[in-house]
Design a binder for this molecule. Structure first.
Ligand code: HAX
Length: 433
């Protein structure tokens, strides 16, 4: 057993009695009420999921295993010569709740390395798709094409004790995660560059991804930061929830992560990062490349709102302040690309949009989210094909969702099956209230 798996097993054994006790001894304790507004309004704020991988406070933002973003970045071991930590070490934290040593992070890297050969048929599947297929459709298809590799399915068919479900789920997670960067880089190089760069086994996950993308330093740190920041945002967002929901039917990791990616590909969720750049390009075209003044930018924002569209990269279903993931990327921009013209555009947009959204009075959160800033960094390092941006989000999000799925199986979370009511039933409830 690898160091990570052994540590995880220890944690699972320690955690199980807590869940069992809550369920058996306190199962009737109420944690909230549900209103009609929540039923019709996309279940906002209904407390109906459990996860220990991350928690999202509306004012403070995300904490991974109890650590804020700055705390996470400071505590994790860094890749030698880099500003950012090992993604592999971050995965150790997500899975176990402990900060790894550099040796433990390296151990996860070795574990990924052993598993990372992508089956050749995956590339055939991708090549068989139309060249203009969206990169997210390609990533999702590549992932589900590997379903036959599932260790979980094999063990399940052999007849496996429920208490052991987490073990082959872990195997599937590590196999899939170790292959995702190469698949993602292949999609980019195949679709936009017509030449493929082979992986370098000596590099860490972020470094290897940058290498396979063919983008020089400090893009390796961009990749590490990106995968880490996009990994998890508790369980209720569309991608995490979809992964969990599909997995709850005991569909394996490949089905679950492919479904997760399909949810992430919507413009109100992960695709917003491409939408921000698309919107910004429209502004740039109309401005002839000149940085707009605040008054000029206000007009673009109002024109978008008045035509019944959203301002991509702003607002959030849970957050009620500037997303710390936005802030972390902004800090990176201020350090590495303060003079970048698109960063300047984003900066003007950051100044003018929140007061406009407040004046319009619809959005509950007028502040920028993770997607408002992320495309700028990619563009700066030469990745201008913005319909690819959500793939980067997807590779990152897989870290969080696979960690959740392993723990779902470890704690025996059952099939998800909420109850629905008809409109007439709701009207009846209202008439009797
Ligand atoms: N621009 C214009 N209007 C907005 C808005 C924005 N950025 N954000 C919210 N609103 C509007 C909503 O469309 C809604 O309008 P209607 O009453 O006409 O339906 C109203 O304000 C209330 O919405 P809300 O309660 O504040 O927000 P929701 O929880 O319903 O939705 C969204 C949250 C993120 C989907 C929303 O803010 C939005 O569409 N933002 C733009 C797209 C975006 O950036 N998405 C990425 C979010 C982060 C993420 O998941 N990344 O993956």
């Amino acid at each position: 057993m690898s160091g990570l798996k052994e540590k995880l097993y220890e944690k699972i054994e320690g955690w199980r009695p807590r869940t069992t006790k809550l369920l058996k001894e306190h199962g009737n304790v109420k944690v909230g009420e549900v209103t009609i507004e929540q039923l019709i309004g996309g279940m906002r704020g209904i407390k109906c999921l459990t996860t220990d991988i991350s928690y999202l406070d509306p004012m403070e933002g995300i904490r991974f295993r109890g650590f804020t973003i700055p705390e996470t970045l400071a505590a994790l071991p860094k890749v030698p010569g880099s500003e950012m930590p090992y993604v592999e070490g971050f995965y150790y934290l997500l899975l176990t709740g402990d900060i790894p040593t550099e040796e433990q992070a390296q151990d996860v890297h070795d574990e990924f390395n052993k598993r990372k050969t992508v089956p050749s048929y995956v590339f055939d599947v991708l090549k068989a798709m139309p060249k203009d297929a969206h990169p997210m459709a390609m990533l999702s298809a590549a992932v589900v094409s590997m379903q036959g590799e599932s260790v979980f399915v094999k063990k399940y068919n052999e007849g496996m004790n429920k208490m052991d479900y987490w073990d082959p789920t872990y195997e599937d997670a590590l196999n899939l995660l170790s292959r995702l960067p190469e698949i993602a880089a292949f999609i980019y190089r195949y679709k936009y560059k017509d030449s493929i760069i082979a992986p370098d086994p000596h590099l860490d996950m972020g470094g290897n991804f940058a290498h396979m993308m063919g983008i020089d330093k400090p893009y390796d740190d961009v990749a590490r930061m990106y995968f880490l920041l996009h990994s998890d945002h508790e369980s209720g967002n569309v991608s995490a929830h979809t992964g969990h929901l599909v997995g709850s039917a005991l569909s394996d990791m490949y089905y679950s992560i492919s479904a997760m990616l399909n949810g992430l590909a919507g413009p109100l969720h992960g695709l917003a990062n491409q939408e921000v750049l698309r919107w910004m390009q429209g502004v740039m075209e109309q401005m002839g490349g000149k940085i707009p003044t605040e008054d000029e930018m206000k007009k673009f924002v109002w024109d978008t709102l008045n035509s019944g569209q959203v301002i991509p990269g702003f607002g959030h279903a849970v957050l009620r302040k500037t997303d710390p993931r936005y802030q972390a990327q902004r800090d990176f921009c201020l350090k590495h690309l303060p003079e970048d013209p698109i960063f300047k555009y984003v900066d003007v947009l950051y100044k003018v949009t929140p007061p406009i959204l407040e004046e319009q009075g619809k959005a509950k959160n007028p502040w920028p989210n993770v997607d408002a800033q992320s495309g700028v960094i990619q563009w700066h390092y030469g990745l201008t094909e913005y319909d690819y941006y959500t793939v980067l989000f997807g590779v990152g999000r897989a870290l969080g969702v696979t960690a959740n799925l392993i723990w779902d199986r470890a704690l025996g979370y059952p099939l998800e099956r909420p109850k629905s009511l008809t409109t007439a039933m709701l009207e009846d409830i209202v008439s009797k209230s």
